[in-house]
Write a protein of this length. Sequence first.
Length: 217
Amino acid sequence: MSIAQNLKTIKETLPEQVTLVAVSKTKPIADLQEAYDTGQRIFGENKIQEMAKKWETLPKDIKWHMIGHVQTNKVKYMAEFVSLIHGVDSFKLLKEINKQAKKYNRVIDCLLQIHIAEETTKFGLDAPELRILLNSDDFKALENIKISGLMGMATFTEDTYQIKKEFNYLKSLFNTTKELLPEINVLSMGMSGDYKVAIAEGSTMVRIGSSIFGSRN
């Protein structure tokens, strides 16, 4: 099936309130253009320099989401244009995003990444760290970032019960976080393999790559 057909098929299964991020990392400009031509406007990349090159080439109404782990020294390369940063997992990173956003007179939307998986290789804050961060005066002083919600990645497993449990935990953490930050409205969880489970557990944003663009080399 073509990229256009894949997108159409996936969009037909998504509830109205769920936003689709087309994960276009490693994919050539032509593939992104094909997705764009069928109406897709949100693309997710995991390498900042690659995303910046694509931003320079492709139409300017695209919203670029940074979905990979972010190194603080790379933030400056995307501060001018990035629409949403998914994987924010430390105050140090938030501070740098704030600093770079200020240079462009922007407020950059961020999602705080929560560690919900059993794998130690995944990044993210735990619940106590999240609470400490949100209650700190240093955090409250940042004027050029906006926390839009939470993000998390489930364990890479065939065990649907395990995945469901992790997403369910993230959703409950989202609910308690909303009491502190009533303006948050994004719960980014679910990828090609588990997005249907994620949506059932309350996800409002799914990150889908291989089901749209085909598998990566």
